[in-house]
Design a protein around this ligand. Structure first.
Ligand SMILES: Cc1ncc(COP(=O)(O)O)c(C=O)c1O
Length: 323
């Protein structure tokens, strides 16, 4: 990243330094959780001298879907939003792994819980970003006593800000109890997802993941992994409800999401999964995933949107000369 450039954001209709973007304390979304957002990664490829946004269009499509659920209007199309994010990364001079956070929110400074008769605004921020959770070792996970929100309470398929209190309860309970992450069950006792990750279980050579009707966020990493498992690793994938104790006897388990990427699970509720540690499929999938997201696999380059107009080849030679 070029140190002299401030991080830029898009806020209240214009591009400005992130440090200047502020909301009033009475803002509806701040009081009532009436916003929806996305988390998008961009990966820097040293060899290409290029930063790639990963599946940005799909994330902005989901943002539109979330906004629709919350009765919000988001003017720019998904393609417009991809361009806006690209410009922010470019103009902030980011040449390292990064995170893009767009949010649409009820922006009126009023008291009163509702979704209608309110104004919507949106912002996009960008920032350098590394790993969200440790993915170099297998995680120790606990099933949460907090149930996953139901579609008729706060729909999990919409990425609603207020819904993340549910995730925060689960994550904090898990970590205060000595686990790395939580798995949440839905009201029927089926596995739903982690605090901010979807779940895959391997049993008998078949990968299983909860269906979109089991109160999950319809993860974009989840669809990426379904494709990579089926088309590259030749492992069949079944979307079906998963019971709590099925994961205890799984051969392999992993969590996935934009933030977590692919996080293998070593134990659930103190039961060792498979042989313990990172499993063979989890390891293979991790290395394939990182090749794909960094734009190294031509077949999937459609998922990777280059940010900079010119590759930054000069940087490597400058370092070489300096040292
Ligand atoms: C609750 C929840 N589930 C799943 C995911 C994974 O979704 P994605 O792969 O689209 O990032 C996330 C991350 O955004 C999440 O917050």
């Amino acid at each position: 990243m070029d140190k002299e450039l401030p991080l830029l954001c898009y806020f209240q209709g214009k591009v400005m330094p992130l440090s200047e973007a502020k909301i009033g304390i009475l803002t509806h979304a701040f009081s009532y959780g009436t916003g929806c957002f996305e988390g998008i990664r961009a990966y820097y490829n040293e060899e290409h001298g290029q930063l790639y946004m990963f599946r940005a269009r799909e994330h902005f499509e989901r943002l539109h879907d979330s906004a629709r659920v919350l009765l919000m209007k988001l003017g720019p199309s998904p393609d417009d939003l991809v361009e806006m994010a690209r410009d922010l990364l470019k103009e902030s001079g980011i040449y390292t792994d990064a995170y893009i956070r767009p949010m649409v929110y009820k922006s009126d400074e009023v008291i009163g819980v509702r979704l209608h008769n309110l104004h919507d605004d949106f912002y996009i921020t960008v920032q350098p970003f590394g790993n969200y959770i440790d993915i170099d070792r297998a995680l120790n996970v606990g099933v949460s006593s907090w149930k996953r929100i139901d579609d008729n309470m706060i729909p999990a398929r919409a990425k609603v800000t207020g819904a993340y209190v549910n995730s925060a309860f689960a994550k904090t309970e898990a970590q205060l109890n000595g686990f790395d992450e939580a798995i949440m069950l839905d009201a029927n006792g089926h596995i739903s997802e982690g605090s901010a990750e979807n779940l895959f279980m391997l049993r008998g050579g078949v990968a299983h993941t909860p269906p979109v009707t089991d109160n999950i966020l319809e993860g974009i990493t989840r669809t990426t992994i379904i494709t990579l498992l089926r088309d590259e690793l030749r492992i069949p994938v079944v979307e079906r409800p998963i019971d709590r104790t099925e994961v205890y006897v799984a051969d392999e388990l992993f969590l996935c999401g934009t933030g977590a990427q692919i996080a293998p699970v070593g134990t659930v509720d103190h039961r060792t999964i498979g042989k313990g540690g990172v499993g063979d499929v989890g390891r293979a999938l991790q290395s394939l995933y990182f090749e794909v997201v960094r734009g190294n696999v031509a077949k999937y380059s459609r998922w990777c949107s280059p940010v900079h107009s010119e590759a930054r080849r000069a940087a490597a030679s400058q370092v070489a000369v300096a040292s």
